[in-house]
Design a protein around this ligand. Structure first.
Ligand code: NAD
Ligand code: ZN
Length: 237
């Protein structure tokens, strides 16, 4: 097998599950007890902005109580030590990849630690709470969480598609393969000839598109894979 030189890693809520951050579809399609449309759609925000702000305030407040797990650390190590290109794209809105030492993270669904003005669209760092009265310092517009909700366009898609078209190894870690366009990345990578590898606790909607699925907790399977990849590079050097 040809040694890969351009890696594309897609992570989902499963990579943060062992850090104590709840996944999306754990309990019957609810996110922390809420219907997804209620807290993750523009319609939900228009219907009840206070509830939506409170929901993300709670998620944001919990961030400091979670720590990166061995999967986050191994991914950061791979980014630092792999001699080729490693693109890390996450669907997660937490900051655990950054705190795990990842030098570059593309947050395609936004970040809890940022707020965006609904009027001038300026994005700023935000670590406190947001409420209906929180205003943009530039234009006075309302600030909302910098989160991509259902029905909204994910971020950085051009750069993502470019990296997907160029990768020769695609890995999806802890994602259920139910949220598009991310769920379609494996087919794109595979069409371009990349080998595709899935890490999950169970098989998913997109498992049939992968060349290989490694089953088990990401904190165990991902560090083992990173070790393998780096050893294989050392052996070649
Ligand atoms: P998801 O919740 O739909 O699926 C999580 C997947 O991870 C499942 O397939 C599950 O089997 C797997 N998993 C759970 N624990 C695992 C472990 N220890 N090791 C390996 N796999 C494990 O998540 P998704 O596919 O990322 O889609 C959910 C959407 O919700 C995302 O768009 C994201 O923006 C948002 N979300 C983010 C967070 C976060 O930032 N941590 C948490 C919940 C939801
Ligand atoms: Zn503004």
């Amino acid at each position: 097998m040809k040694t890969p030189s351009r890696l594309f890693l897609l992570t989902g809520a499963g990579v943060s599950a062992e850090s104590g951050v709840a996944t999306f579809r754990g309990a019957g399609g609810l996110w922390e007890g809420h219907r997804i449309e209620e807290v993750a759609s523009p319609e939900g925000f228009a219907a009840n902005p206070a509830l939506v702000q409170r929901f993300y305030n709670d998620r944001r407040r919990l961030l400091p109580t979670a720590s990166p797990n061995p999967a986050h650390l191994a991914i950061a190590r791979l980014q630092r030590e792999f001699p080729g290109r490693v693109t890390l794209v996450t669907q997660n809105v937490d900051d655990l990849h950054e705190r795990g030492g990842s030098p570059e993270v593309v947050h395609m669904h936004g970040e809890l630690l940022k707020a965006r003005c609904v009027f001038c669209k300026r994005v700023r760092d935000w670590s406190g709470d947001l409420d209906e009265e929180t205003r943009c310092g530039d234009c006075g517009g309302q600030l909302r969480p910098h989160i991509v909700w259902f029905g909204e366009m994910p971020l950085a898609l051009d750069a993502i598609f470019e990296a997907l078209g160029a990768c020769d190894l695609f890995a999806a870690i802890g994602t259920s393969g139910q949220v598009y366009p991310a769920a379609g990345f494996v087919e794109m990578a595979s069409r371009h000839g990349a080998r595709c590898l899935e890490f999950n606790l169970e098989s998913t909607a997109t498992s049939p598109h992968f060349d290989e699925s490694r089953t088990g907790p990401a904190s165990r399977t991902v560090p083992a894979w990173v070790e393998e990849l780096l050893e294989c590079q050392d052996a070649e050097a």
